[in-house]
Design a protein around this ligand. Structure first.
Ligand code: PLP
Length: 410
């Protein structure tokens, strides 16, 4: 007998227990199965601009191309000097007078930096306050690092603003950090100065590190303004601000992001040494994409044309929330920013028990892929997230098909 029956099965490590990232989970596997059968699936599950006809500013693409011959080597693991300077100068222009190169680490997108920062920061059992709903990488990465994600409620009836009382009530002696996602994915909420200040005051009172994911900072509509958490964190709250090129510059595939560190860094030297160690261990971020950072931040901000009336981000977001609100039993808080709608399905009209199954049923019936609300760690199976990236025609057709499907349930 061959020894195959004596070989061990290969299993994922225990570290992965409870780690989820549903946006690309079983729902995507089912969509791919349908595609293999020859169906055309409209994928509205991921905030990926390129497939929907958005193009990066030419100068960014040209910069990537031009840098290829000279960007063959590893760079400094914290990032190339010009990119780190450009990020520091960007924050200077946002009012952070003392921002310097040493405050910036460049990564392969915000995703890599979230993982690296949490790996550096979390000890087993540490509690980290994460919004619900959240961008699920945060919950997944906290869990992967041995931490305990503690979800605080964002209040749909109050424009999806974080419920500050709920946050306070969930703080224990073991709470170490507060995650803020602003502008928010999946809800599209953009927080007022009072809310941001309220969040930071909580962090200050309870000696929490603030982790502010601000990747959608430039995608805001109408009167909304983005307020950096770091502005209110000042000198006495350690604040890690994450942002990057993926969304505002439409180059998610290039993988370029950064984390900017403010506050009492003298109390965080050990943490920063650890972060540098992890940065060293993965050598560096994609070097050609790092070259694009200076070009992007210093150049013409074409995103500003997309977020005003007549611009695609703006028009599509407004249309999607309006059409969703016209469906009986569906309500959608109008997004103030970002690239998503997060509508509610009234449980009295649509008594859904398993929202992932709902998404799969919709996919099979109408060939549209959205993401279930519990995939964003929302508490009830009564929401889904729709990406508002297709042009108005496709978006209208897509929401029409969602309406047809819901009509069979009413
Ligand atoms: N943070 C939020 C809130 C996001 O929505 C995303 C991507 O959708 C990311 C981080 C990851 O971005 P990156 O492409 O920089 O890894």
């Amino acid at each position: 007998l061959w020894k195959a029956d004596r070989m061990r099965t290969v299993r994922q490590s225990r570290k992965l227990q409870g780690v989820r990232y549903d946006v690309r989970g079983p729902i995507l596997v089912e969509a791919q199965r349908l595609e293999a059968e020859g169906h055309r699936i409209l994928k509205l599950n991921i905030g990926n601009t390129a497939p929907f006809g958005f193009e990066a500013p030419e100068a960014i693409v040209a910069d990537m191309v031009q840098s290829l011959p000279d960007a063959q080597g590893y760079s400094d693991s914290r990032g190339i000097y010009s990119a780190r300077t450009a990020v520091a100068q960007y924050y200077q222009s946002r009012g952070f007078r003392d921002a310097v190169v040493d405050d910036v680490f460049i990564g392969n997108g915000v995703s890599e930096l979230i993982n690296m920062v949490l790996q550096t920061f979390i000890d087993d059992g540490n509690e980290i306050l994460v919004p619900a709903p959240d961008y699920p990488l945060w919950t997944g990465a906290v869990t992967l690092c041995g931490g305990v994600p503690v979800h605080y409620r964002c209040d749909e009836e109050n424009g999806w603003n974080p419920d500050l009382e709920d946050i306070e009530s969930k703080i224990t002696d073991n709470t170490h950090a507060l995650v803020i996602i602003n502008p928010n994915n999946p809800t599209g909420a953009v927080y007022s100065p009072d809310i941001v200040k309220g969040l930071i005051d909580i962090a200050r009172r309870h000696d929490l590190v603030v982790m502010a994911d601000e990747i959608y900072e430039k995608i805001i509509f109408d009167d909304a303004q983005h307020h950096h958490a770091a502005t209110y964190a000042g000198d006495d709250v350690l604040c890690l601000t994450f942002s990057g090129l993926s969304k505002a510059y439409r180059v998610c595939g290039y993988r370029a992001g950064w984390v900017y560190i403010t506050g009492p860094k003298h109390l965080a030297t050990d943490f920063l040494e650890g972060l540098t160690l992890l940065a060293n261990m993965r050598m560096c971020a994609n070097v050609p994409a790092q070259h694009a950072i200076q070009t992007a931040l210093g150049g013409y901000q074409s995103v500003n044309e997309l977020i005003v009336p007549g611009g695609r981000f703006y028009e599509q977001s407004k249309l999607a929330s309006r059409l969703l609100n016209e469906i009986p039993g569906v309500s959608c808080v109008e997004p103030e920013g970002a690239l998503y709608c997060f509508p509610r399905l009234d449980p009295d009209v649509y008594p859904i028990k398993d929202d992932e199954q709902f998404v799969i049923d919709l996919l099979r019936a109408k060939k549209i892929l959205v993401t279930h609300g519990t995939g964003f760690n929302w508490f009830e199976p009564d929401h889904f997230r729709l990406v508002t990236l297709p042009d108005v025609e496709v978006l209208t057709e897509a929401i029409g098909r969602i309406d047809e499907f819901l009509a069979t349930m009413r």
